[in-house]
Design a protein around this ligand. Structure first.
Ligand code: 6PG
Length: 264
């Protein structure tokens, strides 16, 4: 390696702000408020808000909040462009799909233009052995979608792809579908990759990779419930054996946690 390509010094643990709210209800309302603030900043900055949504169950209450009064009236939904940080590679109508959860909780109730919603491709179906190959095709397709959303440009630190990246935290320290021990953790070139966890009963996943998720003005970890207390403590303590502890957004990082997750 030439002199200027020697390994860069390890980045310092990322600074993050942490907000603790009393319960699941306030976790949803506080997050809805924060998202409205971020959308306003984004629209002022560049006329639109490009948001990568998290999946799983925690965001559902946030989306339901945004779909209702008074939050719904406070957002110009036509300014939003929505992608997902990860997805379960299952059939379109499978209840496990993050896009289905988001549609039922939010998109069916607000007017985001259909052309501004970019779901990760679903599994078109076929034999189980071929799922990973089909997921590779879907991941490459989605990477093309993200490239187009980014105006065909490569990722540049001075022009983040996202205005907001929403993330959750799994009890094993995964975030998006960046699971411990998977090759996705070391992927620094592809924007989107399939992930086969060691749980063979679980569906193949598709995830955005670290460089893409990190290309954001603002990152939110949304964490609730007693079951997340221990792992949240390890991630916030900088335990870099955990995927969630390794993410370094270009912009600020905020954790919004309920009391159960914060104090157990
Ligand atoms: C997914 C998510 C995943 C999730 C965490 C937390 O597709 O499952 O993207 O990263 O955010 O597993 O999930 P819960 O909110 O259900 O605890």
């Amino acid at each position: 390696m030439s002199q200027d390509q020697t390994a860069a010094p390890k980045p310092a643990p990322h600074r993050h702000a942490v907000e603790v709210v009393p319960d699941a209800g306030s976790l949803a309302t506080r997050t809805a408020e924060w998202l409205i603030e971020q959308i306003a900043h984004a629209v002022q900055r560049r006329g639109r808000a490009v948001i990568a949504l998290s999946g799983g169950s925690t965001p559902k209450a946030v989306f339901a909040c945004l779909a209702g009064h008074p939050w719904r009236e406070r957002i110009d939904w036509a300014t939003l462009h929505l992608v997902w940080g990860d997805e379960r590679f299952v059939a379109e109508d499978d209840a496990a799909r993050n896009a289905r959860m988001t549609r039922e909780a939010l998109l069916d109730h607000v007017d985001v233009p259909a052309s501004h919603v970019y779901p990760i491709p679903a599994d078109p179906g076929g034999d189980a052995d071929g799922a990973l190959d089909r997921a590779h095709v879907a991941a490459e397709l989605y990477a093309t979608t993200l490239h187009a959303l980014n105006g065909g440009a490569t990722l540049h630190d001075d022009k983040p792809l996202f205005d907001v990246v929403m993330l959750g935290l799994g009890e094993d320290g995964h975030t998006a579908s960046l699971f411990p021990g998977t090759a996705a953790l070391d992927e620094r070139h592809a924007w989107v990759v399939p992930v086969q966890t060691d749980n063979v009963t679980a569906p193949v996943r598709i995830t955005l990779t670290y460089p893409v998720l990190e290309s954001t003005h603002a990152m939110l970890f949304l964490v609730g419930g007693k079951s997340k207390h221990a792992i949240a403590g390890r991630v916030l303590g900088g335990d870099e054996s955990l995927p969630a502890a390794r993410i370094r957004p270009l912009g600020g990082m905020l954790w919004i946690m309920d009391q159960d997750a914060a104090t157990g």
